[in-house]
Design a protein around this ligand. Sequence first.
Ligand code: GLP
Length: 241
Amino acid sequence: MKVVILENPEAVAAYGTEMFKSQLKSKPDSVLGLATGSTPLALYQQLISANKNREISFKEVSTFNLDEYLGLAGDHPQSYRHFMNDNLFRHIDINIDNTHVPDGAAEDPLSAGNNYEQLIKAKGGIDIQLLGIGRNGHVGFNEPSSCLASRTRVKTLTQATIDDNARFFSADEYQPHLSITMGIGTIMESKHVILLATGASKAEAIKATVEGPLSASCPASALQMHLSTTLIIDDAAATQL
Ligand code: GLP
Protein backbone atom coordinates (compact mmCIF):
# COMPACT_ATOMS: atom_id res chain seq x y z
CA MET A 1 0.00 0.00 0.00
CA LYS A 2 1.43 3.32 -1.06
CA VAL A 3 0.38 6.30 1.06
CA VAL A 4 0.71 9.76 -0.47
CA ILE A 5 0.18 12.61 2.00
CA LEU A 6 -0.49 16.02 0.48
CA GLU A 7 -1.16 19.48 1.83
CA ASN A 8 -4.86 19.89 1.08
CA PRO A 9 -7.93 18.42 -0.70
CA GLU A 10 -7.06 20.28 -3.95
CA ALA A 11 -3.67 18.57 -4.12
CA VAL A 12 -5.33 15.20 -3.38
CA ALA A 13 -7.74 15.67 -6.29
CA ALA A 14 -4.95 16.80 -8.63
CA TYR A 15 -2.77 13.77 -7.81
CA GLY A 16 -5.68 11.36 -8.31
CA THR A 17 -6.61 13.08 -11.57
CA GLU A 18 -3.09 12.56 -12.92
CA MET A 19 -3.32 8.85 -12.14
CA PHE A 20 -6.62 8.59 -14.03
CA LYS A 21 -5.24 10.57 -16.95
CA SER A 22 -2.22 8.31 -17.36
CA GLN A 23 -4.49 5.25 -17.13
CA LEU A 24 -6.71 6.63 -19.91
CA LYS A 25 -3.76 7.64 -22.07
CA SER A 26 -2.16 4.21 -21.82
CA LYS A 27 -5.46 2.34 -22.26
CA PRO A 28 -8.24 4.36 -23.94
CA ASP A 29 -10.75 1.52 -23.42
CA SER A 30 -10.09 1.34 -19.68
CA VAL A 31 -12.68 -0.06 -17.29
CA LEU A 32 -13.03 2.44 -14.45
CA GLY A 33 -14.52 1.73 -11.05
CA LEU A 34 -16.15 4.90 -9.73
CA ALA A 35 -17.37 6.20 -6.39
CA THR A 36 -19.89 8.70 -5.06
CA GLY A 37 -19.68 10.92 -1.98
CA SER A 38 -18.28 14.42 -1.70
CA THR A 39 -14.60 13.41 -1.74
CA PRO A 40 -14.26 12.50 -5.46
CA LEU A 41 -16.15 15.58 -6.70
CA ALA A 42 -13.05 17.74 -7.26
CA LEU A 43 -11.38 14.90 -9.16
CA TYR A 44 -14.47 14.55 -11.37
CA GLN A 45 -14.35 18.31 -12.06
CA GLN A 46 -10.73 17.99 -13.19
CA LEU A 47 -11.50 14.99 -15.40
CA ILE A 48 -14.32 16.98 -17.00
CA SER A 49 -11.89 19.86 -17.73
CA ALA A 50 -9.28 17.49 -19.16
CA ASN A 51 -11.97 15.97 -21.39
CA LYS A 52 -13.13 19.41 -22.56
CA ASN A 53 -9.50 20.30 -23.40
CA ARG A 54 -9.33 17.04 -25.39
CA GLU A 55 -6.47 15.86 -23.21
CA ILE A 56 -8.34 12.63 -22.49
CA SER A 57 -11.31 10.89 -24.02
CA PHE A 58 -13.96 8.62 -22.50
CA LYS A 59 -15.36 7.43 -25.82
CA GLU A 60 -14.11 3.87 -25.35
CA VAL A 61 -14.30 3.80 -21.56
CA SER A 62 -16.63 1.63 -19.48
CA THR A 63 -17.46 2.41 -15.87
CA PHE A 64 -18.82 0.48 -12.90
CA ASN A 65 -19.95 2.31 -9.80
CA LEU A 66 -19.45 0.81 -6.40
CA ASP A 67 -22.93 1.03 -4.98
CA GLU A 68 -26.51 2.24 -4.99
CA TYR A 69 -29.29 2.74 -2.47
CA LEU A 70 -31.69 -0.17 -2.56
CA GLY A 71 -35.19 1.12 -3.20
CA LEU A 72 -34.18 4.13 -5.28
CA ALA A 73 -34.55 3.94 -9.06
CA GLY A 74 -31.89 5.60 -11.22
CA ASP A 75 -34.07 8.63 -11.92
CA HIS A 76 -34.52 9.39 -8.20
CA PRO A 77 -32.64 12.60 -7.35
CA GLN A 78 -30.89 10.93 -4.39
CA SER A 79 -29.82 7.85 -6.33
CA TYR A 80 -26.15 7.34 -7.02
CA ARG A 81 -26.99 6.89 -10.76
CA HIS A 82 -28.44 10.40 -10.69
CA PHE A 83 -25.37 11.67 -8.82
CA MET A 84 -23.02 10.20 -11.44
CA ASN A 85 -25.01 11.52 -14.39
CA ASP A 86 -25.08 14.96 -12.78
CA ASN A 87 -21.51 15.18 -11.58
CA LEU A 88 -19.64 13.38 -14.35
CA PHE A 89 -21.31 11.44 -17.15
CA ARG A 90 -23.37 14.19 -18.77
CA HIS A 91 -20.32 16.47 -18.94
CA ILE A 92 -17.97 14.09 -20.77
CA ASP A 93 -17.88 12.26 -24.11
CA ILE A 94 -18.73 8.85 -22.61
CA ASN A 95 -21.32 6.54 -24.14
CA ILE A 96 -23.91 6.38 -21.34
CA ASP A 97 -24.66 2.74 -22.24
CA ASN A 98 -21.14 1.91 -21.09
CA THR A 99 -21.76 3.32 -17.62
CA HIS A 100 -23.01 0.94 -14.95
CA VAL A 101 -24.45 1.52 -11.49
CA PRO A 102 -26.02 -1.32 -9.46
CA ASP A 103 -29.80 -1.34 -9.95
CA GLY A 104 -31.41 0.02 -6.80
CA ALA A 105 -34.87 -0.78 -8.18
CA ALA A 106 -34.13 -4.44 -8.98
CA GLU A 107 -36.99 -6.78 -8.10
CA ASP A 108 -34.48 -9.50 -7.38
CA PRO A 109 -31.42 -7.78 -5.87
CA LEU A 110 -29.61 -11.11 -5.42
CA SER A 111 -29.65 -11.78 -9.18
CA ALA A 112 -28.88 -8.11 -9.84
CA GLY A 113 -25.72 -8.49 -7.75
CA ASN A 114 -24.66 -11.64 -9.62
CA ASN A 115 -25.38 -9.99 -12.98
CA TYR A 116 -23.26 -6.99 -12.03
CA GLU A 117 -20.35 -9.31 -11.26
CA GLN A 118 -20.79 -11.04 -14.63
CA LEU A 119 -20.83 -7.70 -16.46
CA ILE A 120 -17.57 -6.64 -14.80
CA LYS A 121 -16.00 -9.98 -15.78
CA ALA A 122 -17.27 -9.69 -19.35
CA LYS A 123 -15.50 -6.32 -19.68
CA GLY A 124 -12.24 -7.92 -18.52
CA GLY A 125 -12.31 -6.63 -14.94
CA ILE A 126 -11.78 -3.17 -13.47
CA ASP A 127 -8.49 -1.49 -14.36
CA ILE A 128 -8.60 1.22 -11.75
CA GLN A 129 -11.05 1.53 -8.87
CA LEU A 130 -11.65 4.86 -7.15
CA LEU A 131 -12.70 4.75 -3.50
CA GLY A 132 -13.69 7.19 -0.80
CA ILE A 133 -13.95 5.98 2.78
CA GLY A 134 -16.59 6.27 5.48
CA ARG A 135 -15.68 7.44 8.99
CA ASN A 136 -16.15 3.83 10.14
CA GLY A 137 -13.80 2.46 7.47
CA HIS A 138 -16.47 1.41 4.97
CA VAL A 139 -15.70 1.36 1.26
CA GLY A 140 -18.59 1.33 -1.19
CA PHE A 141 -21.29 0.35 1.30
CA ASN A 142 -19.22 -2.47 2.80
CA GLU A 143 -19.92 -1.62 6.38
CA PRO A 144 -17.92 -2.98 9.31
CA SER A 145 -18.53 -6.76 9.61
CA SER A 146 -18.55 -7.17 5.81
CA CYS A 147 -17.02 -10.43 4.70
CA LEU A 148 -13.61 -9.64 3.24
CA ALA A 149 -14.34 -12.02 0.33
CA SER A 150 -17.82 -10.56 -0.34
CA ARG A 151 -19.21 -9.95 -3.85
CA THR A 152 -21.89 -7.51 -5.08
CA ARG A 153 -24.83 -7.96 -2.73
CA VAL A 154 -27.34 -6.27 -0.44
CA LYS A 155 -25.85 -4.67 2.65
CA THR A 156 -27.63 -2.98 5.56
CA LEU A 157 -26.30 0.46 6.37
CA THR A 158 -25.10 1.22 9.88
CA GLN A 159 -26.76 4.01 11.83
CA ALA A 160 -23.46 5.95 11.64
CA THR A 161 -23.53 5.88 7.82
CA ILE A 162 -27.24 6.74 7.70
CA ASP A 163 -26.50 9.73 9.96
CA ASP A 164 -23.45 10.80 7.89
CA ASN A 165 -25.42 10.68 4.65
CA ALA A 166 -28.57 12.32 6.09
CA ARG A 167 -27.14 15.68 4.93
CA PHE A 168 -28.04 14.76 1.35
CA PHE A 169 -31.73 14.11 2.17
CA SER A 170 -34.33 16.66 3.22
CA ALA A 171 -36.07 16.10 6.55
CA ASP A 172 -39.29 14.66 5.07
CA GLU A 173 -37.53 12.57 2.43
CA TYR A 174 -37.28 8.76 2.58
CA GLN A 175 -33.67 7.72 3.29
CA PRO A 176 -32.91 4.09 2.46
CA HIS A 177 -31.34 1.81 5.07
CA LEU A 178 -30.25 -0.80 2.55
CA SER A 179 -27.82 -0.74 -0.33
CA ILE A 180 -26.55 -2.89 -3.14
CA THR A 181 -22.76 -2.71 -3.19
CA MET A 182 -19.76 -4.31 -4.82
CA GLY A 183 -18.11 -6.56 -2.26
CA ILE A 184 -14.65 -6.32 -0.78
CA GLY A 185 -13.74 -9.36 -2.90
CA THR A 186 -14.93 -7.50 -6.01
CA ILE A 187 -12.88 -4.41 -5.14
CA MET A 188 -9.80 -6.53 -4.40
CA GLU A 189 -9.87 -7.90 -7.96
CA SER A 190 -9.38 -4.42 -9.47
CA LYS A 191 -5.93 -4.09 -11.01
CA HIS A 192 -5.29 -0.75 -9.28
CA VAL A 193 -7.08 0.94 -6.39
CA ILE A 194 -6.97 4.64 -5.52
CA LEU A 195 -8.49 5.67 -2.20
CA LEU A 196 -9.01 9.36 -1.51
CA ALA A 197 -9.55 10.76 1.97
CA THR A 198 -9.57 14.34 3.16
CA GLY A 199 -10.36 16.03 6.45
CA ALA A 200 -9.89 15.25 10.11
CA SER A 201 -13.11 13.20 10.30
CA LYS A 202 -11.38 10.49 8.23
CA ALA A 203 -8.17 10.33 10.31
CA GLU A 204 -9.28 7.43 12.51
CA ALA A 205 -10.47 5.34 9.55
CA ILE A 206 -7.18 6.02 7.72
CA LYS A 207 -5.16 4.89 10.73
CA ALA A 208 -7.17 1.65 10.90
CA THR A 209 -6.80 1.16 7.13
CA VAL A 210 -3.05 1.65 7.03
CA GLU A 211 -1.84 0.41 10.38
CA GLY A 212 -4.31 -2.39 10.84
CA PRO A 213 -5.04 -4.92 12.13
CA LEU A 214 -6.47 -6.48 8.98
CA SER A 215 -10.06 -6.82 10.09
CA ALA A 216 -13.67 -6.78 8.97
CA SER A 217 -14.17 -4.11 11.66
CA CYS A 218 -12.46 -1.77 9.18
CA PRO A 219 -13.30 -3.14 5.72
CA ALA A 220 -10.79 -0.80 4.03
CA SER A 221 -7.97 -2.59 5.91
CA ALA A 222 -8.39 -5.46 3.39
CA LEU A 223 -6.50 -3.18 0.98
CA GLN A 224 -3.33 -4.05 2.89
CA MET A 225 -3.50 -7.30 0.90
CA HIS A 226 -3.92 -5.56 -2.46
CA LEU A 227 -0.79 -5.32 -4.61
CA SER A 228 -1.45 -1.94 -6.23
CA THR A 229 -3.28 0.40 -3.89
CA THR A 230 -2.50 4.10 -3.51
CA LEU A 231 -4.03 6.08 -0.66
CA ILE A 232 -4.04 9.79 -1.46
CA ILE A 233 -4.83 11.74 1.67
CA ASP A 234 -4.42 15.25 2.99
CA ASP A 235 -2.57 16.34 6.13
CA ALA A 236 -5.78 16.43 8.16
CA ALA A 237 -6.65 12.81 7.32
CA ALA A 238 -3.08 11.75 8.09
CA THR A 239 -2.89 13.13 11.63
CA GLN A 240 -3.27 9.76 13.36
CA LEU A 241 -0.61 7.92 11.30
C1 GLP B 1 -20.97 6.87 1.07
C2 GLP B 1 -20.50 6.08 -0.15
C3 GLP B 1 -19.01 5.77 -0.09
C4 GLP B 1 -18.24 7.04 0.24
C5 GLP B 1 -18.67 7.54 1.59
C6 GLP B 1 -17.91 8.76 2.07
O1 GLP B 1 -21.27 6.07 2.15
N1 GLP B 1 -21.22 4.85 -0.30
O2 GLP B 1 -18.59 5.25 -1.34
O3 GLP B 1 -16.86 6.77 0.23
O4 GLP B 1 -20.06 7.87 1.50
O5 GLP B 1 -18.46 9.93 1.54
P1 GLP B 1 -17.78 11.34 1.58
O6 GLP B 1 -16.73 11.33 0.50
O7 GLP B 1 -18.88 12.30 1.28
O8 GLP B 1 -17.18 11.52 2.92
